[in-house]
Design a protein around this ligand. Structure first.
Ligand code: C5P
Length: 213
């Protein structure tokens, strides 16, 4: 089989990461979490105290970055970084840069792996439109908020369910309504309902990926 790409899109907290990791491990593929690239941009912008509404400063920052690491880090996964990331991700300059970085990373990784699984918001609809298989993950906002709330409490962090739900709804709105690459279910995408236990999700994934041995 030729090199192939599996695109996994869906809203915040829908479990794209867990699903993509599962697919990568099961089928020996490289996993790229495109959200990490956007989060790293947000973290750099914060650290350098750059006004993200100022396009000139954003452009200057982008010109300085040679390679954006896709490596995940727990400092990138805070609620604050997540919320700022979705504001920064509106900027066409940032999107163009991150899309380009994704293509560079995937091209390199396809020399080592038979395929890549990439998760994000616009992977199947924009960045890798000709992906062999496209999955779209769905989970109602209330269930996503409940899961996130439980996770934060387990980590010993302060969390108010109502606040988490509000933030999730706001991020969904920002991601779905932006002009540039909004979150949509791409054509040909197979819907995966991840609102029940993961075993039920795995059954759906295996069915969707039946052609991959
Ligand atoms: O998936 P994750 O929650 O890590 O993404 C953080 C934010 O990055 C999202 O809310 C979204 O605004 C942005 N993002 C994006 N396009 C992608 C991946 C992430 O706009 N492909």
């Amino acid at each position: 089989m030729n090199n192939f790409i599996i695109a996994v899109d869906g809203p915040a907290g829908s479990g794209k990461q867990r699903i993509s990791k599962y697919i990568a491990k099961k089928y020996n593929l490289f996993h790229l979490d495109s959200g990490v690239l956007y989060r790293r941009m947000a973290s750099t912008i914060l650290k350098q105290k750059i006004d993200y509404n100022n396009q000139f400063n954003i452009k200057r920052l982008i010109d300085e970055i040679i390679y954006l690491s896709p490596r995940n880090h727990k400092s990138l996964r805070t609620e604050n970084i997540g919320n700022i990331t979705s504001k920064i991700a509106i900027t066409p300059l940032v999107r163009k840069f991150v899309n380009n970085q994704q293509k560079i990373i995937v091209k390199e990784m396809l020399k080592l792996y038979i395929g890549c699984v990439i998760d994000g918001r616009d992977i199947g609809s924009k960045v890798f439109r000709d992906a062999k298989i496209k999955l779209f993950i769905e989970v109602p906002a209330e269930i996503r908020a409940k899961r996130r709330h439980k996770q934060l409490i387990a980590l010993g962090e302060k969390s108010i369910y109502g606040q988490i739900l509000k933030e999730i709804n706001l991020r969904d709105k920002t991601d779905k309504r932006r002009k540039e690459s909004p979150l949509i279910k791409p054509a040909r995408a197979i819907i995966i309902d991840n609102s029940n236990n993961f075993q039920k999700t795995i059954i759906q994934i295996k069915k969707a990926l039946i052609e991959i041995k």
